[in-house]
Design a binder for this molecule. Structure first.
Ligand code: PA5
Ligand code: NI
Length: 197
């Protein structure tokens, strides 16, 4: 962990971490990895029947995060990437869980590295919209906007992210009420379909 610069006077060093340009992966110190399989995402997808027919060990997404300060520290930044695997549950594309930030007004940047998908966004009024994600796309996610990624292509979707170290994750609202729309493949193309409540 980098806490101060004591002892660095006049030294020139390699950085403690690297970013692989081709894959978007982080190498080096203080990198945390998490993986979500279908069995970890019970209730996330609309088609419960299709869900039970799939192998629960199927990987849906993985996250790499470089966290140089403790989570919750004001003023710091975290840097990471999410890889969403290609796949569907019924007609619904593989997605991340989705969240508001615990410190709800904290914003975040996402950018597309590899593959294609949709960034699904929902504001506090439960208005949901999407932005296309592709290599080179850049997405500013304002505070108070829930965000979730969907892979709509045939290869893994890799997306970079940078967020405040005191943003945190609030999954409760999504666990309770979901997004107001889901992303389905309809006639061969992705379409946001309003959820009837
Ligand atoms: O900080 C972010 O928004 C991302 O790194 C997400 O945490 C990542 O995409 C995984 O999504 P979720 O946290 O909704 O499971
Ligand atoms: Ni976030």
């Amino acid at each position: 962990m980098i806490t101060n610069s004591t002892g660095l006077h006049l030294t020139i060093t390699d950085p403690p971490q690297t970013l692989e340009r081709e894959t978007g992966l982080i190498g080096g110190v203080s990198v945390v990895v998490s993986r979500k399989k279908l069995k970890d995402l019970q209730g996330l997808f609309a088609d419960r029947n299709a869900y039970t027919l799939l192998d629960p060990e199927t990987l849906v997404y993985s996250v790499q995060a470089h966290m140089p300060v403790d989570e919750g520290t004001p003023g710091g930044l975290f840097f990471g990437n999410t890889i969403v695997e290609p796949g569907k549950v019924g007609n619904e594309y593989f997605i991340t869980h989705g969240h508001f930030h615990a410190n709800a007004d904290r914003a975040e940047y996402y950018w597309g590295v590899k593959g294609e998908g949709i960034l699904i966004l929902m504001d506090l009024d439960r208005k949901t919209w999407g932005e296309r994600v592709f290599p080179g796309s850049l997405h500013y996610i304002p505070g108070n906007v829930a965000h979730r990624l969907a892979n709509t292509g045939p290869i893994p979707l890799t997306v970079g992210a940078c967020w405040h170290s005191d943003a945190g994750h609030n999954y409760d609202e999504i666990d309770m009420n979901g997004f107001s729309a889901r992303l389905y493949e309809v006639e061969g193309s992705p379409r946001l379909v309003e959820v009837c409540r």
